[in-house]
Write a protein that binds this ligand. Sequence first.
Ligand code: IPD
Length: 268
Amino acid sequence: MTSPQALLELAVAVAAEAGRMLVDERPAGLEVETKSSPTDVVTQMDKAAERLIVERIRAERPGDAFLGEEGGEQGGEGAGVRWVIDPIDGTVNYLYDLPDWAVSVAAEVDGTAVAGAVVLPRRGETFTAVEGGGALLHTASGVRELRVNTGVPLDRALVATGFGYGADRRAHQAAVLTGVLPNIRDIRRGGSACVDLCALAAGRVDAYFERGVQAWDVAAGALIVAEAGGRTGGLHGAPVSPEFAIAAAPDLFGALHDLLAPLDPAHD
Ligand code: IPD
Protein backbone atom coordinates (compact mmCIF):
# COMPACT_ATOMS: atom_id res chain seq x y z
CA MET A 1 0.00 0.00 0.00
CA THR A 2 1.10 3.56 -0.61
CA SER A 3 0.28 6.57 1.58
CA PRO A 4 -3.18 8.15 1.18
CA GLN A 5 -1.43 11.33 0.02
CA ALA A 6 0.30 9.45 -2.81
CA LEU A 7 -3.02 7.82 -3.76
CA LEU A 8 -4.60 11.28 -3.79
CA GLU A 9 -1.92 12.65 -6.07
CA LEU A 10 -2.56 9.84 -8.54
CA ALA A 11 -6.34 10.35 -8.25
CA VAL A 12 -5.99 14.08 -8.98
CA ALA A 13 -3.61 13.50 -11.89
CA VAL A 14 -5.83 10.95 -13.64
CA ALA A 15 -9.08 12.83 -12.96
CA ALA A 16 -7.56 16.06 -14.29
CA GLU A 17 -6.24 14.33 -17.42
CA ALA A 18 -9.63 12.73 -18.04
CA GLY A 19 -11.34 16.08 -17.43
CA ARG A 20 -9.13 17.82 -20.01
CA MET A 21 -9.84 15.09 -22.53
CA LEU A 22 -13.60 15.38 -21.89
CA VAL A 23 -13.49 19.12 -22.64
CA ASP A 24 -10.95 19.14 -25.48
CA GLU A 25 -12.27 16.12 -27.36
CA ARG A 26 -15.99 16.59 -26.79
CA PRO A 27 -17.44 15.96 -30.26
CA ALA A 28 -20.19 18.09 -31.71
CA GLY A 29 -22.35 14.99 -32.05
CA LEU A 30 -22.16 12.83 -28.93
CA GLU A 31 -23.08 9.17 -29.41
CA VAL A 32 -25.76 8.58 -26.82
CA GLU A 33 -26.75 5.11 -25.65
CA THR A 34 -29.34 4.44 -22.97
CA LYS A 35 -28.87 2.24 -19.90
CA SER A 36 -31.51 1.57 -17.23
CA SER A 37 -34.15 3.88 -18.79
CA PRO A 38 -34.51 6.18 -21.84
CA THR A 39 -33.16 9.09 -19.74
CA ASP A 40 -30.20 7.17 -18.24
CA VAL A 41 -27.53 7.88 -20.82
CA VAL A 42 -23.91 7.05 -21.51
CA THR A 43 -21.76 8.59 -24.21
CA GLN A 44 -18.59 7.42 -25.92
CA MET A 45 -16.84 10.07 -23.80
CA ASP A 46 -17.89 8.47 -20.47
CA LYS A 47 -16.41 5.19 -21.71
CA ALA A 48 -13.23 6.78 -23.08
CA ALA A 49 -12.64 8.72 -19.86
CA GLU A 50 -13.04 5.63 -17.68
CA ARG A 51 -10.70 3.63 -19.95
CA LEU A 52 -8.09 6.37 -19.71
CA ILE A 53 -8.32 6.53 -15.90
CA VAL A 54 -8.07 2.75 -15.50
CA GLU A 55 -5.14 2.51 -17.95
CA ARG A 56 -3.21 5.27 -16.22
CA ILE A 57 -3.72 3.82 -12.74
CA ARG A 58 -2.93 0.28 -13.94
CA ALA A 59 0.33 1.49 -15.44
CA GLU A 60 1.38 2.84 -12.02
CA ARG A 61 -0.26 0.23 -9.79
CA PRO A 62 -0.84 -3.04 -11.68
CA GLY A 63 -2.27 -5.00 -8.72
CA ASP A 64 -5.12 -2.64 -7.80
CA ALA A 65 -8.85 -3.30 -8.25
CA PHE A 66 -11.45 -1.02 -9.87
CA LEU A 67 -15.14 -0.26 -9.59
CA GLY A 68 -16.27 2.04 -12.39
CA GLU A 69 -19.68 3.29 -13.46
CA GLU A 70 -19.14 2.03 -17.00
CA GLY A 71 -16.68 -0.88 -16.52
CA GLY A 72 -18.04 -2.38 -13.29
CA GLU A 73 -15.72 -4.43 -11.05
CA GLN A 74 -12.31 -5.22 -12.52
CA GLY A 75 -9.39 -7.29 -11.30
CA GLY A 76 -7.35 -7.22 -8.17
CA GLU A 77 -8.53 -10.28 -6.17
CA GLY A 78 -7.06 -9.51 -2.73
CA ALA A 79 -5.85 -6.08 -3.92
CA GLY A 80 -4.94 -3.62 -1.20
CA VAL A 81 -6.49 -0.67 -3.02
CA ARG A 82 -9.73 -0.39 -4.98
CA TRP A 83 -10.34 2.66 -7.17
CA VAL A 84 -13.95 3.83 -7.39
CA ILE A 85 -14.48 5.85 -10.55
CA ASP A 86 -17.26 7.92 -12.06
CA PRO A 87 -15.80 9.20 -15.34
CA ILE A 88 -18.61 11.75 -15.71
CA ASP A 89 -20.92 12.31 -12.76
CA GLY A 90 -23.61 14.50 -14.25
CA THR A 91 -23.72 12.87 -17.66
CA VAL A 92 -26.95 14.65 -18.58
CA ASN A 93 -25.29 18.02 -17.81
CA TYR A 94 -22.35 16.97 -20.00
CA LEU A 95 -24.75 15.97 -22.77
CA TYR A 96 -26.40 19.41 -22.69
CA ASP A 97 -23.06 21.21 -22.24
CA LEU A 98 -24.04 22.49 -18.80
CA PRO A 99 -20.93 23.05 -16.63
CA ASP A 100 -21.79 21.07 -13.50
CA TRP A 101 -20.37 17.65 -14.23
CA ALA A 102 -17.26 16.14 -12.69
CA VAL A 103 -14.75 13.34 -12.83
CA SER A 104 -14.79 11.52 -9.47
CA VAL A 105 -11.98 9.19 -8.38
CA ALA A 106 -11.64 7.66 -4.91
CA ALA A 107 -9.09 5.19 -3.53
CA GLU A 108 -10.45 2.70 -1.00
CA VAL A 109 -8.47 0.53 1.40
CA ASP A 110 -10.43 -2.30 3.07
CA GLY A 111 -13.67 -0.77 1.83
CA THR A 112 -13.00 2.70 3.26
CA ALA A 113 -12.23 5.71 1.08
CA VAL A 114 -8.84 7.14 2.11
CA ALA A 115 -8.37 9.59 -0.76
CA GLY A 116 -10.80 11.30 -3.11
CA ALA A 117 -10.66 13.79 -5.96
CA VAL A 118 -13.56 15.49 -7.73
CA VAL A 119 -12.52 17.56 -10.75
CA LEU A 120 -14.94 20.04 -12.40
CA PRO A 121 -13.11 20.99 -15.60
CA ARG A 122 -15.67 23.57 -16.77
CA ARG A 123 -15.54 25.37 -13.40
CA GLY A 124 -11.75 25.15 -12.94
CA GLU A 125 -12.28 23.53 -9.55
CA THR A 126 -10.69 20.46 -7.96
CA PHE A 127 -11.96 19.19 -4.60
CA THR A 128 -9.72 16.81 -2.68
CA ALA A 129 -9.55 14.99 0.64
CA VAL A 130 -7.41 12.41 2.36
CA GLU A 131 -8.68 10.55 5.41
CA GLY A 132 -7.75 12.55 8.50
CA GLY A 133 -6.16 15.33 6.43
CA GLY A 134 -9.04 17.71 5.77
CA ALA A 135 -10.71 18.72 2.53
CA LEU A 136 -9.43 21.30 0.07
CA LEU A 137 -10.66 23.28 -2.93
CA HIS A 138 -8.00 24.05 -5.54
CA THR A 139 -8.65 26.78 -8.14
CA ALA A 140 -6.47 29.03 -10.29
CA SER A 141 -6.52 31.59 -7.48
CA GLY A 142 -5.27 29.23 -4.77
CA VAL A 143 -6.18 26.51 -2.32
CA ARG A 144 -8.65 26.80 0.54
CA GLU A 145 -9.76 24.52 3.33
CA LEU A 146 -13.38 23.42 3.24
CA ARG A 147 -15.87 23.46 6.14
CA VAL A 148 -19.56 22.65 6.02
CA ASN A 149 -21.95 25.32 7.31
CA THR A 150 -22.95 24.78 10.93
CA GLY A 151 -25.71 26.27 13.07
CA VAL A 152 -28.27 26.13 10.27
CA PRO A 153 -31.75 25.10 11.45
CA LEU A 154 -33.74 22.80 9.18
CA ASP A 155 -36.19 25.52 8.15
CA ARG A 156 -33.28 27.67 6.89
CA ALA A 157 -31.40 24.84 5.16
CA LEU A 158 -30.67 24.91 1.42
CA VAL A 159 -30.80 21.24 0.48
CA ALA A 160 -29.40 19.58 -2.64
CA THR A 161 -30.94 16.41 -3.98
CA GLY A 162 -31.10 14.30 -7.11
CA PHE A 163 -33.50 12.00 -8.86
CA GLY A 164 -33.09 8.52 -10.28
CA TYR A 165 -33.69 7.55 -13.88
CA GLY A 166 -36.68 5.21 -13.47
CA ALA A 167 -40.21 6.63 -13.72
CA ASP A 168 -41.44 4.86 -10.54
CA ARG A 169 -38.44 6.02 -8.54
CA ARG A 170 -39.02 9.59 -9.72
CA ALA A 171 -42.72 9.56 -8.84
CA HIS A 172 -41.76 8.42 -5.34
CA GLN A 173 -39.03 11.07 -5.07
CA ALA A 174 -41.49 13.77 -6.14
CA ALA A 175 -43.90 12.64 -3.42
CA VAL A 176 -41.11 12.80 -0.81
CA LEU A 177 -40.27 16.34 -1.95
CA THR A 178 -43.80 17.54 -1.22
CA GLY A 179 -43.14 16.67 2.42
CA VAL A 180 -39.63 18.16 2.44
CA LEU A 181 -40.13 21.51 0.69
CA PRO A 182 -42.45 23.15 3.26
CA ASN A 183 -39.89 22.43 5.99
CA ILE A 184 -36.65 23.80 4.49
CA ARG A 185 -35.35 26.98 2.81
CA ASP A 186 -35.31 25.46 -0.67
CA ILE A 187 -34.16 22.60 -2.87
CA ARG A 188 -31.37 22.57 -5.46
CA ARG A 189 -31.13 19.88 -8.17
CA GLY A 190 -27.73 20.41 -9.75
CA GLY A 191 -27.47 17.15 -11.71
CA SER A 192 -24.35 15.58 -10.20
CA ALA A 193 -24.25 13.86 -6.82
CA CYS A 194 -20.51 14.32 -6.32
CA VAL A 195 -20.79 18.02 -7.19
CA ASP A 196 -23.67 18.32 -4.67
CA LEU A 197 -21.46 16.77 -1.99
CA CYS A 198 -18.57 19.11 -2.82
CA ALA A 199 -21.00 22.06 -2.71
CA LEU A 200 -21.99 20.95 0.80
CA ALA A 201 -18.34 20.71 1.84
CA ALA A 202 -17.77 24.24 0.49
CA GLY A 203 -20.80 25.73 2.30
CA ARG A 204 -22.68 26.38 -0.96
CA VAL A 205 -25.59 24.26 0.26
CA ASP A 206 -26.38 23.06 3.78
CA ALA A 207 -27.33 19.44 3.16
CA TYR A 208 -27.85 16.72 0.55
CA PHE A 209 -30.03 13.66 0.33
CA GLU A 210 -30.88 11.15 -2.36
CA ARG A 211 -32.23 7.63 -2.79
CA GLY A 212 -30.48 5.47 -5.37
CA VAL A 213 -26.93 6.81 -5.62
CA GLN A 214 -24.23 4.28 -6.43
CA ALA A 215 -20.79 3.93 -4.85
CA TRP A 216 -19.10 5.68 -7.80
CA ASP A 217 -21.39 8.72 -7.44
CA VAL A 218 -20.48 9.34 -3.80
CA ALA A 219 -17.20 7.61 -2.82
CA ALA A 220 -14.97 10.67 -3.27
CA GLY A 221 -17.63 13.25 -2.38
CA ALA A 222 -18.61 11.58 0.91
CA LEU A 223 -14.96 11.60 2.04
CA ILE A 224 -14.71 15.29 1.07
CA VAL A 225 -17.83 16.04 3.15
CA ALA A 226 -16.54 14.07 6.14
CA GLU A 227 -13.18 15.82 5.99
CA ALA A 228 -14.98 19.19 5.81
CA GLY A 229 -16.67 18.38 9.14
CA GLY A 230 -19.89 16.93 7.75
CA ARG A 231 -21.75 13.77 8.63
CA THR A 232 -22.91 11.22 6.07
CA GLY A 233 -25.16 8.21 6.50
CA GLY A 234 -28.28 6.41 5.42
CA LEU A 235 -31.60 6.02 7.20
CA HIS A 236 -31.86 4.64 10.76
CA GLY A 237 -28.11 4.44 11.37
CA ALA A 238 -27.25 2.66 8.12
CA PRO A 239 -24.20 3.76 6.15
CA VAL A 240 -24.54 5.61 2.83
CA SER A 241 -25.69 3.09 0.21
CA PRO A 242 -27.85 2.92 -2.91
CA GLU A 243 -30.71 2.59 -0.42
CA PHE A 244 -30.27 6.14 0.90
CA ALA A 245 -27.71 8.90 1.36
CA ILE A 246 -27.93 11.93 3.66
CA ALA A 247 -25.11 14.43 4.21
CA ALA A 248 -25.13 17.56 6.37
CA ALA A 249 -23.37 19.27 9.25
CA PRO A 250 -23.64 17.07 12.36
CA ASP A 251 -26.04 19.55 13.98
CA LEU A 252 -28.43 19.41 11.00
CA PHE A 253 -28.14 15.73 10.08
CA GLY A 254 -30.57 14.47 12.76
CA ALA A 255 -33.36 16.91 11.92
CA LEU A 256 -33.10 16.18 8.19
CA HIS A 257 -32.98 12.44 8.86
CA ASP A 258 -36.08 12.64 11.06
CA LEU A 259 -37.94 14.60 8.39
CA LEU A 260 -36.98 12.13 5.63
CA ALA A 261 -37.33 8.79 7.43
CA PRO A 262 -41.14 8.71 7.68
CA LEU A 263 -41.55 10.28 4.20
CA ASP A 264 -39.32 7.73 2.49
CA PRO A 265 -39.94 4.23 3.81
CA ALA A 266 -38.17 1.42 1.92
CA HIS A 267 -38.82 1.85 -1.78
CA ASP A 268 -37.14 0.40 -4.87
C1 IPD B 1 -26.29 10.79 -11.63
C2 IPD B 1 -26.06 12.15 -11.02
C3 IPD B 1 -27.36 12.72 -10.52
C4 IPD B 1 -28.03 11.81 -9.53
C5 IPD B 1 -28.22 10.43 -10.12
C6 IPD B 1 -26.90 9.87 -10.60
P1 IPD B 1 -24.61 10.05 -13.59
O1 IPD B 1 -25.05 10.21 -12.03
O2 IPD B 1 -25.16 12.07 -9.95
O3 IPD B 1 -27.19 13.97 -9.86
O4 IPD B 1 -29.28 12.37 -9.18
O5 IPD B 1 -28.73 9.60 -9.08
O6 IPD B 1 -27.12 8.62 -11.21
O7 IPD B 1 -25.60 9.10 -14.19
O8 IPD B 1 -24.68 11.39 -14.19
O9 IPD B 1 -23.22 9.49 -13.49
